[in-house]
Design a protein around this ligand. Structure first.
Ligand code: ZN
Length: 137
């Protein structure tokens, strides 16, 4: 089951603005963790306003102008506390090796960054993305 840290994040999810490649990756993970671990996946951050991004940049001592992919619906964070290291490694493998895209693949950032333990998953900007054409590799 897909869960949300807050009602606002659930509302953002239901706006259906998240990059389609990333939404696919999230659903793949939801199915994987349910089937293999009997667990839920909890999204802790989805869309971010410019003001929120600036505030987080300041906390992390990054340039104020740094743009987060969260601002463009191309990133999602989820809770890692629900999984052990082996489970997280298997989840990362699903994302890194199991999903094939016409454009940039999802990037998995581990828990040791940001303001709280989480995994950050993002996809690159790719306006030409067409899932029906395969990755050409
Ligand atoms: Zn993030």
């Amino acid at each position: 089951m897909l869960k949300f840290k807050t009602a606002d994040i659930e509302r953002q999810w239901k706006e259906n603005m998240l990059d389609g490649r990333l939404a696919l990756a999230v659903w793949a993970l939801v199915g994987f963790v349910a089937h293999h671990f009997g667990k839920d996946l909890t999204i802790t951050d989805l869309w971010r306003s410019r003001e929120e991004a600036k505030r987080l940049n300041a906390i992390q001592k990054l340039p104020e102008s740094r743009v987060s992919p969260h601002e463009a619906w191309r990133a999602v964070d989820f809770r890692v506390a629900d999984f052990d290291a082996i489970e997280l490694a298997k989840m990362q493998r699903i994302i890194s090796d199991g999903l094939h895209y016409g454009g940039p693949r999802p990037v998995w950032y581990g828990a040791a960054h940001g303001t709280a333990p989480h995994v950050h998953l993002q996809v690159g900007h790719d306006p030409s993305f067409d899932m029906t054409k395969g990755d050409g590799a």
